[in-house]
Design a protein around this ligand. Sequence first.
Ligand SMILES: *Cc1c(COP(=O)(O)O)cnc(C)c1O
Length: 422
Amino acid sequence: MLTAPVFETTRTSIGQCSVLDMVQQFGTPFYAYDLETIRARVNDLQAFDTIRYAQKALSNIAILDRLRRMGVQVDAVSAGEIERALRAGFDPAQDPHSVVYTADVFDAEALRLVQEHNIAVNVGSPDMIDQLGELLPGSNVAMRINPGFGHGHSQKTNTGGPQSKHGIWHTAIDDCLRRADRHGITVTGMHMHIGSGTDFEHLSQVCGAMEAACEQVGRTVTTISAGGGLPVPYQADQEYIDLNQYYELWHATRKRVADSFGHEVRLEIEPGRFLVAEAGYLVAEIRAVKEMGDNLFYLVDAGFNDLARPILYGAYHPISIVHRQPGNRQEHDVVIGGPLCESGDIFTQQEGGFVAKRRLPAANVGDYVVLEVAGAYAYAMASNYNSRYRCPEVLIEDGTAKLIRRRETAADLMAQETIPSI
Ligand SMILES: *Cc1c(COP(=O)(O)O)cnc(C)c1O
């Protein structure tokens, strides 16, 4: 069973690797991912028949490769994610469900790849059934259902209900079945990604809606997917989810559907954040320390182009300091910001952009700041804003720090640009 998280405010290593050694080797800023943590989260979910990694959380092909070796399958939401899955060794020819394309639309390139590699599809719009049927009549599909209600306080993270663009509206199932019939398409999978988090009352509503939707589709259904949305704690006062309870609710749903159909039904889970969030660390160097009125600022060499969750969602990341010299330090309330020419480039902020302070041990220019629980939706959202080079990614595996993406260069930055002749 998982225990509550403990976040220290100083550290010297990540996994078995010394931060100072990694700084020497890779420079700053850089992301480090501890593979042991990813492995532990995969083990937590072994009760499910299939763990399908939602790679949009962290899509480096080395991470996909290692997850594949752990027996995890993969979800792709774009043509690029299908290409990444193929590059990482997922073979849809051997196992037609090793890669599933889940989306609300097909763009031309995604549809081409689906056809070329016979990728399984989870459709989120009735039109996708017709578009697939014209190219690949006789296929099997999964349907992502919007049960008519969602969860979550933010429009940006809500994945169900009438305000959400995701999935097939629950009353449109019959229409979809007629479309499928026209193309000889069989609906073999049913999927809901609502993100109930730790709200089990809400989750049982989702399970009830899944059961009803399966009954409506009928006996062709052989797989149900619980989607993603498993939370991880980002702060010491947040708890791990009770995975047993989570599993039992879905397992009971699967059993009822299986009993009703008289055949076995597989249960998938599709986590992104849960598998990788806690494994990730963004390491940056403190480049300036300055007092501004009542605020003490540590300015570091990583910005929101490296980690956007604070400016996007007011997200909280645990922070620790790596000192170049050991010793006890007094604690101070500090604001941590980056180098971008934008006042919102602050890692310690709350929703609405309000600057927050963090109690951390005193540090100097040349010490390091580690932004923690930064594996999910972190590098995946990195950009070149301010023409900054995206930073390297490092995989910590068996006590060794291995480069899995090098730092970008000026050549990378401008590689797709041309100055046309006059
Ligand atoms: C984003 C996404 C997930 C993963 O969500 P997490 O909250 O990271 O677990 C799973 N399934 C689909 C279809 C998604 O779009």
